[in-house]
Design a protein around this ligand. Structure first.
Ligand code: HEM
Length: 453
């Protein structure tokens, strides 16, 4: 009964190592196809015995039903924590639970209500910037970079409503990018770690991390000294207290959580928006339908959730874009003890690769999965989506804490961008995915932009 899932021969894994490093998505897809199984065993990097799965039942078991038996891998915890610090995203077990309980209330819809107008304001400033660029003759934007700037600004303003200087923002942005590069290099070129230490690369990564800590420390210290109260995420972090001790977080903890909110909270959203705009350009009839909705809605200057709720089709479009291009395309867990689900034995210490991209593209779960069809998420069709056939924000107790935050900013950004401008893919723009920690467009996403008449 146990271990009845097919296994990739070790020699094949070693032979494919460069393909895996370069772009693992086609290789995982091919393996699933060849093996005729949604789940298979593989020695990752030729060494670590692991399971890769796009089976919703196994995934639900691991992330939700038996989540207590699973921790995140070292890559998601220790390796990332080296650059971002130990916090919500990078810890497990009791410490994670303590932090989740502390921080969760700050992300509840009611709490976020006060941030909607702030987000709207940041988006409007960005719209003015694009408009000025067009007027000065810059009619092409590299969307990935541009939207990362926008979402970084939204996170920073939601944390520090009193504002962050461009210089401070750059220090934080650089350290977040550097952390990603460092972690990815660690995965893709584990044997070259000595070289990165020798050639000074590692030192540069740590320097970027230290610079961001100095900047954040100064901003947090200023806030602690201030007598004013601010209705922002930083005040929430500073004022939350642990149930057992009644005390708040110390500075190291606060800095880690801020950096993690920055890291987890901007590129994911920027990618989802970038891919949405790309897919709309490829599907004029869907774009037309979206514009009809957007043109029929007039958001007030200080919108709330009730206004955003009017943009149902916009939400469907972004949902479908995140099915086709899930910003978090994979995650993992490691079994603490032996486990079994549907006859598949998961051994203690084994890593389970949770292949979100594969689930979202599975022919067993979706009709014509490669087609872009926002109607899959219409109120009547949505009900029929099986559990864990669609989970861009993860699942179980570690479900993305920023889900509501992300939806709010994505719908606001989409509304204003589409209402104001016409985007068309630049000629010659090559399209492919680059699966790093998030799923980026490999060659960027240049678009021609003009004012909508
Ligand atoms: C489209 C946008 C986003 C996507 C697709 C996304 C996706 C995810 C996924 C899949 C996880 C779970 C990972 C796992 O269990 O292994 C996660 C966790 C997390 N996300 Fe997001 N996220 C997005 C936006 C945000 C935003 C805007 C924030 C903060 C402002 C944020 C903060 C976090 C944090 C702190 C965690 C860790 C939660 C925990 O482990 O308790 N995310 N996200």
């Amino acid at each position: 009964m146990s271990n009845q899932i097919p296994q990739v021969p070790r020699i094949k894994t070693i032979r494919n190592i460069f393909q895996f490093i370069n772009n693992p998505i086609p290789l995982i897809n091919e393996t699933i196809e060849e093996m005729g199984s949604q789940t298979y065993r593989v020695h990752l990097s030729g060494i670590n015995r692991s399971i890769m799965t796009q089976d919703p039942e196994i995934i639900q078991h691991v992330l939700q039903k038996n989540h207590k038996n699973y921790y995140k891998s070292k890559l998601q915890t220790k390796s990332l924590a080296k650059y971002a610090g130990y916090g919500l995203l990078t810890t497990d077990g009791e410490y994670w639970l303590k932090q989740r309980r502390l921080i969760q209330p700050g992300f509840h819809k009611k709490k976020l209500q006060s941030l909607v107008a702030t987000m709207n304001q940041v988006v409007l400033e960005h719209i003015s910037k694009i408009r000025n660029d067009i007027q000065s003759g810059n009619t092409q934007v590299e969307l990935t970079t541009d939207l990362v700037k926008l979402t970084l600004k939204i996170v920073s303003t939601s944390l520090f409503s009193s504002g962050m200087t461009e210089e401070d923002l750059k220090v934080i942005g650089d350290s977040v990018i550097t952390a990603q590069v460092a972690v990815i290099k660690g995965v893709r070129q584990p044997l070259l770690k000595w070289w990165r230490v020798f050639n000074g690369e590692e030192k540069t990564y740590l320097k970027a991390r230290d610079n961001s800590r100095v900047t954040l420390n100064r901003l947090v210290e200023d806030r602690r000294k201030s007598k004013e109260s601010f209705d922002d995420l930083l005040d929430m972090l500073l004022n939350s207290t642990y149930e057992d001790t009644g005390e708040g977080m110390n500075n190291t903890q606060i800095l880690a959580e801020i950096l993690i909110i920055f890291a987890a909270g901007h590129e994911t959203t920027a990618n989802a928006l970038t891919w949405s705009l790309y897919l709309l350009d490829k599907h004029p009839e869907i774009k037309e339908k979206l514009l009809q909705e957007i043109d029929a809605v007039d958001l007030p200057e200080n919108p709330g959730f009730e206004h955003i709720g009017q943009l149902g089709y916009t939400r469907q479009v972004i949902s479908e874009a995140m099915r086709v291009y899930p910003p978090a395309w994979i995650t993992d867990r490691v079994a603490l003890e032996d486990d079994e689900i549907n006859g598949v034995k998961i051994n203690k210490g084994e890593l389970v690769g949770i292949y979100i991209y594969g689930v979202h593209h599975s022919k067993l779960l979706w009709d014509n999965p490669e087609a872009f069809d926002p109607d899959r998420f219409s109120p009547e069709n949505k009900k029929n989506i099986p559990s864990y056939a669609y989970f861009p924000f993860g699942g179980g107790p570690r479900l993305c804490i920023g889900q509501q935050f992300a939806w709010t900013e994505m719908i606001l950004a989409m509304y204003h961008l589409m209402k104001s401008f016409e985007f068309t893919l630049a000629e010659g723009q090559q399209i492919d995915v680059e699966p790093l920690i998030t799923l980026r467009p490999k060659y960027g996403m240049k678009m021609n932009v003009s004012e909508r008449i």
